[in-house]
Design a protein around this ligand. Structure first.
Ligand SMILES: [Ca+2]
Length: 384
């Protein structure tokens, strides 16, 4: 856990917006605290944030670097007086107790910011938290309502702050993915052969939020893989991807998909649909990942003129099911095979896509999440 003694953060007053990185990785579990308090005047309070398990390895290496950046340019000065890292902390540090109320929506979900701890309000709208004394903030949400925040001072005894949150009907924003907050593992299930590669994927920041804590033995969807490709692009290109300004899709508003689309790593299944939950097959995986490589290494590459850009590789021996590889995917598949990023499935077959109902039924040519992360990791490893 991190205890940060902070001063003069005024996001609520000035409309400033802070982003935070911990050892170079996005740390929204800290940023959300800084962005939902107002510390006008010479005040200095401690906020507490639980470090997600995805950061453990790096912190264990002995390095702890926190960078705070105000992104809007409004010039909200601030100070951090000290930071404490608590290792193997005892739950008894959550000794401040406070209660509040949510009105407008029944049985609302309330989360203690900086943690993944949520409670549901009772029939009277009341909720209660045990919190680390200091400056605390809460987020209330409910389906069909716009989320609300409040903040206040929690004492170890006799807290007077009693948050009242009113939720009005409307379309709220989803809460930050809890799985990346949770002090749990980065995956719930994984095959034993995949563990070492998944650990690499985690260390290199290639596991997107959508897959944190997931069952990695399950097949990967188009939206999930688009997010993996964005991570590969950002890792190889040492740059941040931006979502497309105008979303052409009616069935998807996932920001990672919109980044992948903006980069030309993927197009829709039609001009207006993306089919985010459709399972990805192996030739699609090879194609999208190859485009990430092209986008990074080939100046001026865009998807529309892809045919003008040639990849340099020695064509591998043909697979027994070579004729089943779609013509648009062949170049990418051969490139990935030649670079030892993706392999066949045995019997000299590549299994590019399901071609029969029986294959469809057993997901013969669909990539699992761990296979997808494995090829993403190899791509970064072999081509960076
Ligand atoms: Ca300030």
């Amino acid at each position: 856990m991190l205890l940060l003694c902070i001063d003069d953060f005024q996001a609520l007053r000035w409309g400033s917006n802070f982003t935070v990185t911990l050892n170079g990785k996005d740390a929204p579990f800290i940023a959300e605290l800084l962005n939902h308090v107002d510390q006008t005047g010479p005040t200095c309070y401690i906020v507490s944030a639980i470090i997600p398990s995805g950061f453990y390895n790096e912190i264990a290496s002995g390095r702890l670097e926190i960078r705070i950046d105000e992104t809007t340019g409004v010039g909200d000065g601030f100070a951090v007086d000290f930071v404490k890292l608590l290792i193997n902390y005892n739950e008894s540090i959550f000794k401040g107790r406070f209660s509040g109320y949510v009105y407008g929506a029944k049985n609302a979900t309330v989360r203690l910011l900086g943690t993944s701890t949520t409670v549901t309000t009772d029939d009277g709208g009341k909720f209660t938290f045990e919190a680390v004394p200091g400056l605390n903030a809460v987020r209330a949400s409910a389906q069909g309502y716009v989320e609300e925040y409040d903040y206040g001072i929690v004492l170890s005894a006799g807290t007077e702050w009693e948050p009242f949150l009113y939720l009005s009907e409307g379309i709220g924003s989803p809460d930050i993915d809890f799985s990346k907050f949770a002090a749990t593992e980065a995956w719930s299930e994984a095959s034993s052969w995949a563990i070492a590669e998944l650990q690499k994927a985690l260390d290199w920041g290639l596991i997107p939020d959508a897959l944190m804590g997931a069952d990695m033995t399950k097949p990967i969807t188009r939206a999930e893989f688009a997010a993996v490709c964005v991570k590969v692009y950002e890792n190889l290109g040492k740059t941040k991807a931006q979502p497309v300004a105008e979303n052409p899709f009616t069935d998807c508003n996932d920001p990672e998909v919109l980044k992948a689309f903006n980069l030309g790593l993927t197009n829709g299944t039609s001009p207006t649909t993306f089919s985010p939950n459709q399972l990805l097959n192996r030739e699609q995986a090879a194609t999208m990942l190859t485009r990430a490589y092209k986008k990074v290494t080939m100046e001026g590459w865009i998807l529309e003129t892809d045919g003008n850009f040639k990849l340099n590789y020695e064509k591998p021996t043909a697979f027994a099911d070579d004729d089943k590889i779609s013509s648009w995917a062949k170049d990418s598949v051969y490139f990935m095979v030649a670079n030892n990023i993706i392999k066949g499935v045995g019997d000299n077959k590549f299994a590019p896509r399901n071609t029969t109902a029986a294959e469809e039924a057993v997901q013969y040519a669909n990539a699992t999440r761990e296979q997808a992360l494995l090829i993403a990791t190899r791509m970064v490893e072999n081509l960076q």
